[in-house]
Design a binder for this molecule. Structure first.
Ligand code: URA
Length: 274
């Protein structure tokens, strides 16, 4: 069944206020625009807005979902702040034992808590979105970005961005088992795409997927009789993990464009509403 398109929250807020929705230039909502532009992360922005510390076009704004656009004049604590936002992406080496979730009701620890202290000070004002998920026990390359369109691009099965994993498994997969992985096999949520699969050492398999379904590597290897013991992601697109565990580095625009096939927008003007 086709899903009903979700009305963006900034648009709902604009309708509630019966304000005209800005056309042409990109519209966004205030707290998110502040997070994307690196003024302050979204939760902090929402608090500052509710505390009456943020003005838009000369008026104190109390609604975090208030629509703003490239031309809006925004002041925070009486200081003018630009909403211009360059697409940024970080390559992070995820350690085991932390979840890729914003909320953490069980107190396990999140990647966001690990990322924040290793960010250079000039990047701490941004809202960072994880590009896809890794399981709690999976280590390796995890990207973060301030741009939700990059998340959508890199995680969409349509864009075929390859993800390379190395798994230590139970037993030693035969050539026939590897061939099943290569050809694609049927999981409980449908057939998998053909994958790259090769044996790196006894009990160690490299798997390259162009889709990212829930627990996909573990489910594929279990389906051919070799449950995963440990899982590590080495590469996404042509970006290869090159920082020590727990560290991150900012990618260049060229790396984002060539490595992920994503054309970054240097500024927000001219984009459609998010
Ligand atoms: N596949 C999995 O099973 N787990 C991950 O963390 C990533 C891909």
């Amino acid at each position: 069944m086709a899903r009903k398109p979700k009305t963006p929250r900034w648009l709902e807020a604009a309708r509630r206020r019966q304000e005209p929705v800005p056309e042409g230039s990109r519209a966004d909502w205030l707290a998110r625009a502040l997070g994307r532009a690196g003024v302050m992360p979204r939760a902090e922005a929402e608090q500052a807005i509710r505390e009456g510390r943020v003005e838009v076009d000369g008026r104190v704004e109390h609604e975090p979902f208030a629509p703003v656009h490239a031309g809006s004049v925004v002041r925070v604590d009486e200081t003018p702040r630009s909403l211009e936002a360059r697409t940024l992406a970080l390559l992070f080496h995820k350690p085991a034992g932390v979840v890729v979730h914003g909320s953490d009701p069980e107190g396990i620890g999140t990647v966001f808590e690990r990322l924040r202290p290793v960010l250079p000070p000039e990047l701490r004002g941004h809202e960072w979105y994880a590009v896809g998920r890794l399981d709690r026990d999976t280590t390796g390359l995890l990207l973060f970005t301030n741009e939700e369109r990059l998340v959508a691009h890199a995680t969409s099965p349509e864009t075929h961005v390859p993800k390379r994993y190395v798994a230590d498994v139970e037993g030693n997969p035969s050539e026939a088992a590897l061939q099943r992985l290569r050809e694609g096999l049927v999981l409980d949520d449908g057939p998998t795409r053909p994958a790259g699969a090769r044996l790196l050492a006894p009990g160690r398999v490299e798997l390259v997927l162009t889709e990212g379904r829930h627990h996909q590597v573990k489910r594929m290897l279990a389906a051919v009789g070799h449950p995963v013991r440990t899982l590590h992601r080495e590469a996404v697109g042509s970006l290869v993990l090159d920082v020590p565990e727990g560290a991150c580095r900012l990618l260049t625009d060229a790396e984002v464009e060539q490595g992920l096939g994503f054309r970054a927008h240097p500024s927000p003007s001219g984009r459609g509403p998010g």
